[in-house]
Ligand binder design. Sequence first.
Ligand code: URA
Length: 190
Amino acid sequence: MNDTWEKLKSDCADCRLCGLCETRRNLVFGVGSEQAEIMFIGEGPGEQEDIQGVPFVGPAGKLLDDMLSMIDLDRTKVYIANIVKCRPPGNRDPQENEQAACRQWLSRQIKLVDPKIIVCLGRIAAKALMDENFRITREHGEFRDIGGRRYVATYHPSALLRDISKRPEAFMDLRGIRKEIRAVCDRTYR
Ligand code: URA
């Protein structure tokens, strides 16, 4: 299939592949540079994201913006998406069947962006994209090669809001991500 952003966005716009479509206010597709060399992938929209239709615009999003700026990035230099595109009611974890139904949209986004590095924000994204047995407390910050791309996970910004004792480890992960960007990306810091 010769995919295009236009086709993907229109295919995804009215998605009814899982029950989350019943309760969503807006589908939250993704934001950022469609030519980014680095993608950040969260778990699913929260309340503010559901209202605005944009990922990471609530409190966790403010922290994500700070995390990006710590390594000289911003939303124009990266692409940000989620494992599921519609808000799980009450911010519960997205269920396996919801993640599976939504996967085709994210896979097409990843193919179209074609990033060198994928950063999984939190356990849910790391389990879905890196390894179903991924242990975030043990394996955060470790890069892996998967399908020709570099993958790493760090703590989800919401986890860092709940537990500030994890922030120094997340900061070390970000430093590692900056180093990796310098090593494998051509345009991001130019
Ligand atoms: N948490 C996520 O995982 N994604 C968002 O878009 C917002 C909060």
